[in-house]
Design a protein around this ligand. Structure first.
Ligand code: ADP
Length: 300
């Protein structure tokens, strides 16, 4: 069982010829509204692509965006009975995409800032094998979720978007998942100055957490555990259409794999297959593949 604690956003996406500068107005393509937010994306990843029984703990408003998110989560088999409804607009990401595929994003957190972990959420978390969290919700919420775990249950933290972590959170993390930028940010000036590749960054982070996964986009990922040699997990070769949601799909499937008793490298291989399939499709939650597709690619 997986509980994902995190954000739910609606992504408002417009294709633009280039990103506007300050004070500038640019005409873009048609508006696309799609369900997103790292927490909700990862919950969809764990349930649909990972095949795990998954609960999403998040907060949404009382608006159309909330309905879009509930529909997407439920279609993917995510349990939404512990999602909070608050009197604040659902989180919204304003995204422009330039022709080279680069995204510029502004997030209005809205309801996400009002997420709380109370008794019903604590009870569900206490029954989970893996708790998966990110940093698009208040860090106190992540700490409360960590505290509600049963002994032996894992906290997988995707430290995105980048921010510094309080000591209590460092101490609670079992598996840290970061991309190279986030790894460098968390490593601080000394880590960045060392100028090392992902192996060096991961080695530094292992001083604070027992296991680190560094995702490297089309170059795959790196699994590092204390006292064991680091393992490179190659990416599956696919035609990339839209990389949105690849990292979230990866995290969801990684958590699902761990909940199913797989080793971290085995879970990372499945996650890599799911992440690769996600980049072949547009959108975040819409791009998440089904378990059978993931298994087929992973076996290839
Ligand atoms: P983030 O979006 O958080 O920066 P990444 O871009 O590193 O995350 O993607 C997460 C994982 O998804 C990668 O480790 C890889 O396994 C897979 N992935 C991402 N981009 C590609 C790609 N172009 N081709 C194949 N796999 C990819």
């Amino acid at each position: 069982r997986v509980v994902v604690v995190g954000s739910a956003n609606v992504d408002l996406v417009v294709a633009v010829p280039r990103h506007p500068a300050g004070g500038e107005t640019i005409l873009g393509g048609d508006l696309r509204r799609s369900p997103g937010g790292k927490g909700a994306n990862q919950a969809v990843g764990a349930a649909r692509a990972g095949g795990a029984e998954t609960t999403f703990v998040g907060a949404v408003g009382r608006d159309e965006s909330a309905e879009l998110l509930f529909a997407s989560l439920q279609r993917s088999g995510v349990r939404t009975d512990l999602v909070w409804r608050v009197d604040v607009p659902t989180g919204t990401a304003l995204i422009t995409v330039s022709p080279d595929g680069e995204n510029a994003i502004v997030v209005a957190p809205g309801a996400n800032s009002h997420l709380e972990v109370q008794q019903p959420q604590e009870r569900r978390i206490a029954a989970a094998d893996v708790v998966l969290a990110q940093l698009e919700v208040p860090v106190e919420v992540v700490l409360a979720a960590a505290a509600a775990r049963r002994p032996g249950a894992l906290l997988v933290l995707n430290a995105a978007p980048s921010r510094s972590l309080p000591d209590a959170l460092w101490a609670a993390v079992d598996v840290l998942v970061v991309n190279e930028h986030e790894a460098a940010d968390l490593s601080g000036p000394s880590g960045r100055a060392a100028g090392g590749g992902p192996e060096a960054l991961a080695a530094g982070l292992l001083e604070r957490v027992p296991a680190v996964v560094v995702t490297l986009g089309g170059a795959g990922s790196l699994v590092a555990r204390r006292g064991q040699p680091a393992v490179r997990v190659p990416a599956f070769s696919v035609r990339a259409v839209d990389t949105t949601g690849a990292g979230d799909t990866y995290c969801g499937v990684l958590a699902a794999g761990l909940a199913q008793g797989r080793s971290l490298p085995d879970a990372a291989r499945l996650a890599a297959a799911a992440g690769a399939l996600a980049v072949t499709r547009r959108g975040a939650q819409e791009a998440v593949p089904a378990v059978a597709e993931v298994a087929r690619l992973a076996a290839s």
